[in-house]
Design a protein around this ligand. Structure first.
Ligand SMILES: C[S@@+](CC[C@H](N)C(=O)[O-])C[C@H]1O[C@@H](n2cnc3c(N)ncnc32)[C@H](O)[C@@H]1O
Length: 271
């Protein structure tokens, strides 16, 4: 369920070209769906290269954002990318979240919940970190089906390397499912839970634009590619070219779906 050493969460800049370019529009879509009150104090858990923190600044007019991640390399990259006086970046993660006197108004995570060591405990911890009535929200990729560019990757990778079946995020992260997410939030004690499917277009200018980011070594799929032989890589590329197809201009137009969930700390809960 959780992060493994081989997931390679240590290269903020490489992550940006692999996933950050898609997590940024998705984070904005999430904020629009959340429709939270402006002026709040936010906690972004697993900020990575800062996509969700940037979207909070762009869409929610926050009073402050505390953005944390256990990876110092990600925090460095995020600091370089987002210089906003309302945002503080800090090295910390689920299990030892930064706290705020009086609680945050909102504690959120983007594409990260499934990588936490214990997602249930992480939601309990986030509910505890917000004020009574505060919100806790998350979105995760629909790895099993709707995250198309990774789905094609894992299906193709399984044809050249048996270990791919075990690393396939669609199997590895059963929590990335709307019913499971809502049940996780319910068990943690959240109230007024609602969920949604959010999706963004992922359009690649050509096969190179799709494939090159897989060579960066950051995240489960690129980490698997880093272990493949030349022969396996060639087989994978050829299978992917066949699966992906291309438009007349060479571009590859896919979509990526995520599952979003939000719940609230009961107003009656004493701190
Ligand atoms: C797929 S990235 C998502 C990054 C960013 N939120 C985004 O939407 O692009 C997953 C992130 O979870 C972080 N992570 C892993 N274990 C964590 C933990 N225990 N607590 C908080 N973040 C964690 C990783 O370092 C990585 O930055």
């Amino acid at each position: 369920m959780n992060t493994r050493a081989e997931d390679g969460w240590n290269a903020g800049d490489t992550y940006e070209t692999f996933m950050g370019r898609w997590s940024r529009p998705l984070a904005e879509t999430f904020l629009d769906w959340l429709d939270a009150a402006h002026g709040g104090h936010w906690l972004d858990v697993g900020t990575g290269s800062g996509a969700l923190a940037a979207a909070i600044c762009a869409r929610a007019a926050p009073a402050s954002v505390m953005a944390c991640d256990p990876s110092p390399s990600f925090i460095d990259a995020a600091r370089r990318k987002l210089a906003d006086p309302r945002v503080t970046f800090t090295v910390a993660g689920a299990g030892s979240l930064p706290r705020r006197d009086g609680g945050y108004d909102a504690a959120v995570s983007g594409l990260a919940l499934n990588f936490f060591p214990d997602p249930s405990l992480a939601i309990v911890e986030q509910l505890d970190a917000v004020r009574p009535g505060g919100l806790v929200g998350a979105f995760v990729w629909d790895y099993a089906r709707g995250m198309e560019f990774l789905r094609h990757f894992w299906d193709a990778a399984a044809t050249v390397e048996p270990r791919a079946a075990e690393a396939d995020e669609g199997l590895r992260f059963p929590i990335c499912n709307p019913r499971r997410l809502e049940s996780l939030f319910r068990s943690a004690g959240a109230t007024r839970i609602r969920g949604a499917a959010l999706s963004v277009p992922t359009v690649f200018s050509g096969f190179e634009d799709y494939w090159r980011p897989f060579l960066g070594g950051t995240g489960p799929a690129p980490s698997l590619v880093a272990t493949l032989s030349e022969e396996q890589r060639a087989g994978l590329v050829s299978d992917l070219r066949r699966r992906l197809g291309a438009q007349g201009d060479g571009s590859i137009a896919l979509r990526a779906r995520a599952w979003a969930v939000v719940g609230y700390r009961s107003s009656a809960t004493p701190r």
